[in-house]
Unconditional design. Structure first.
Length: 154
């Protein structure tokens, strides 16, 4: 089925069944490999993208449910002020170890800061719940979120 979605501010047209998860459209059809496959059941967070600014798991989200919705992937998260600050903080604090989960972590953190500019630890815990890092970089992730929040633009 021919489908057109707005991804990273651009119209993208492709052929896919409406029940196909967004993750596979992004990776296999559109060649956008920044969003990762982790578990396939929306439990690990590696596949996190933004839909209308909200962090969602793309591995279980059918493309047929996304018409007229704005999708942002890790490839364009830096186009928002919160996303740019999060990416800079990730680099400044050398958050990444193996890096596999980090695109999902960054997407969740950017969505948090876009809605909660001064998150406390409970806000961070709630927003980042379900984003698993097998390398255990959680302390650096929390510090990067706090750094990105402290550098918000007025």
């Amino acid at each position: 089925m021919a489908t057109t979605l707005t991804i990273n501010g651009e119209q993208k047209s492709f052929e896919a069944p409406p029940e196909m998860p967004l993750l596979w459209v992004l990776r296999d059809i559109l060649g956008m490999t920044g969003t990762k496959f982790g578990c396939g059941i929306a439990q690990c967070g590696a596949c996190t993208v933004h839909v209308d600014g909200k962090a969602v798991r793309s591995c279980v989200l059918p493309v047929g449910a996304l018409r007229d919705r704005a999708i942002t992937t890790i490839e364009a998260v830096d186009q928002s002020p919160a996303g740019a600050r999060v990416q800079k903080a990730w680099l400044d604090l050398e958050v990444v170890q193996c890096g596999y989960c980090q695109s999902g972590q960054i997407m969740s953190a950017a969505a948090l800061l876009a809605t909660t500019p001064n998150p406390d630890d409970a806000d961070i815990d709630a927003a980042m719940a379900g984003n698993i890092c097998r390398c255990g970089t959680y302390v650096r992730i929390r510090e990067a979120i706090k750094q990105a929040a402290s550098k918000r633009q007025s």
